[in-house]
Design a protein around this ligand. Structure first.
Ligand SMILES: Nc1ncnc2c1ncn2[C@@H]1O[C@H](COP(=O)(O)OP(=O)(O)OP(=O)(O)O)[C@@H](O)[C@H]1O
Length: 453
């Protein structure tokens, strides 16, 4: 990653000098002839370092410094100052500038050394690189993967199972992050040096899936002009992620069961036994118990896969993670689109919090990506799709939401008290009359039949 430096200096000769020296060091340089131009650049692009003249017509260096602090990852800032304005430069350092340089600057080495020192001491770059590393591995940072209280058990389970070679079955609605969890299991295991190979069993036509999984020998079927390795071979030593395992046909389920039992397989059209040193992580958004009942899924395969089940909560049960996820996606898509979107307006965030998210994190990701493309400074309600802006249907306004919560609380309390209304009322801290009134209001009962309770 090249280091990007912004030079804000109205004296074109001095600016040229700075540019020549720093370009010679391999930095990527952008220039502004005054504060306003610099501010516009700062808003549009991100920089690692700003070298700014203290006094410029219009917006001065100090103002620019303050504006640069708004960034999530503020650039390091070095003030350029003429002799006689040193006190102001010191004030700038107090406000967060890394250092200052006095003009005229005859010796280019002073500049080189100072810039090198400021940049190497900058934690921003380190943070950014660390972020890039996990991203390169296909993963957001750990605190994000497991964000939200409902993910605490998942975090614990993943931590326990990852280092073992055990087969894991991840279940959860579509878009809840099942593949992400499978990748986390792989990365936290001793197999992380080898490959993570993913197969979506629903996306590949049944006729091709067998050869996709196990490979084929030359001439195995019409069109098999060359032998080809399958995903099991490609994942050798690593992890094979079988997504949407519930979609696997019964004959393929039988074949997969054999591989899991015998740890060996043959390519299609071949008879050479190949050892499978592969850890399998499977995922499903179907309830496999129902699939078994309906005779669409083999029970024996289920038990082989379900050695270590991990259930992911839907996003609507992880609402406490929304701000964290939203801000991460804003940063990510700002980076991708080169725009600088600073966070989200409170009413837009509130609208996101109200929404039930049937498509889970994938849907949220899409909504924020679209929002970042449309937004100008921060994400506003107008940058969200129509559904988020439309007035809520009756009973779903702010009061409606509260009532919904109340109804849920009453139902939960009733359940935990075995439907005993006296205990339920005590538990909720309300009178039996109030409870009775609420039950009727929410259509939970007809009349008071709890005399015995
Ligand atoms: N905690 C998270 N932080 C950031 N991004 C996430 C998180 N969880 C999921 N995502 C993103 O959401 C998208 C959906 O996640 P993933 O593909 O893992 O879901 P899935 O449950 O496997 O979906 P499906 O069942 O449809 O295959 C991906 O782009 C993923 O990177």
């Amino acid at each position: 990653m090249t280091t990007r430096i912004l030079i804000a200096e109205d004296d074109s000769t001095f600016r040229g000098f700075l540019r020549t020296v720093l370009k010679g060091e391999g930095y990527d340089i952008r220039e502004a002839a005054d504060g306003e131009e610099a501010l516009a650049l700062l808003r549009r692009e991100s920089f690692d370092l700003v070298l700014s003249d203290l006094r410029m017509p219009g917006i001065g260096g100090l103002e620019l410094l303050r504006a640069s602090r708004d960034d999530d990852y503020p650039p390091a800032f070095v003030i350029l100052t003429a002799f006689g304005t040193i006190e102001e430069a010191v004030a700038a350092v107090k406000e967060g500038a890394a250092d200052f340089l006095t003009k005229p600057l005859k010796d280019p080495d002073t500049l080189r050394v100072l810039v090198g020192r400021v940049l190497s001491g900058k934690s921003r770059e380190r943070e950014y690189l660390a972020l890039k590393e996990t991203e390169a591995a296909g993963l957001p940072p750990e605190d994000l993967i497991f964000a939200g209280e409902a993910m605490a058990p998942v975090r614990r389970l993943v931590g326990e199972v990852a280092p073992t070679g055990t087969t894991v079955l991840v279940s959860g609605e579509s878009g809840t992050g099942k593949e992400l969890i499978a990748r986390a299991v792989h990365l936290l295991s001793p197999r992380h040096g080898a490959g993570f190979v993913a197969v979506n069993c629903a996306a590949i036509p049944e006729t091709l899936l067998e050869s996709e999984l196990f490979g084929h020998e030359r001439g195995a079927f019409t069109g098999a002009v060359q032998a080809r390795r399958g995903k099991f071979e490609l994942a050798q030593g690593g992890t094979l992620f079988l997504d949407e395992i519930g979609e696997l046909s019964l004959p393929l389920q039988a074949k997969l069961l054999r591989v899991l039992q015998e740890r060996a397989f043959e390519r299609v059209g071949g008879n050479r036994e190949i050892r499978a040193d592969v850890r399998v992580v499977a995922a499903t958004n179907r309830d496999l118990v129902v699939e078994i009942r309906e005779r669409r899924f083999r029970e024996d395969l289920f038990y082989r896969l379900n050695v270590f089940p991990v259930a992911l909560p839907p996003l609507r049960e992880r609402r406490d993670a929304l701000p964290h996820l939203v801000n991460w996606f804003i940063r990510r898509f700002s980076g991708v689109t080169g725009k600088k979107i600073r966070g989200i307006e409170p009413d837009a965030m509130a609208a996101l919090k109200r929404y039930p998210w049937p498509g889970n994190i994938r849907e949220l990701q899409n909504v924020i990506e679209r929002g970042v493309i449309l937004a100008r400074h921060a994400l506003t309600l107008d940058d969200l799709p129509e559904t988020f802006r439309a007035p809520l249907p009756a009973g779903q306004d702010g009061e409606g939401v509260l009532k919904g919560l109340e109804r849920e609380a009453i139902l939960a309390a009733l359940k935990s008290c075995g439907n005993n209304r006296r205990l339920t009322a005590e538990k909720l801290g309300i009178s039996r009359r109030t409870l009775q009134y609420r039950l009727r209001e929410y259509g939970l009962v007809g009349d008071d039949r709890d005399g015995a309770n």
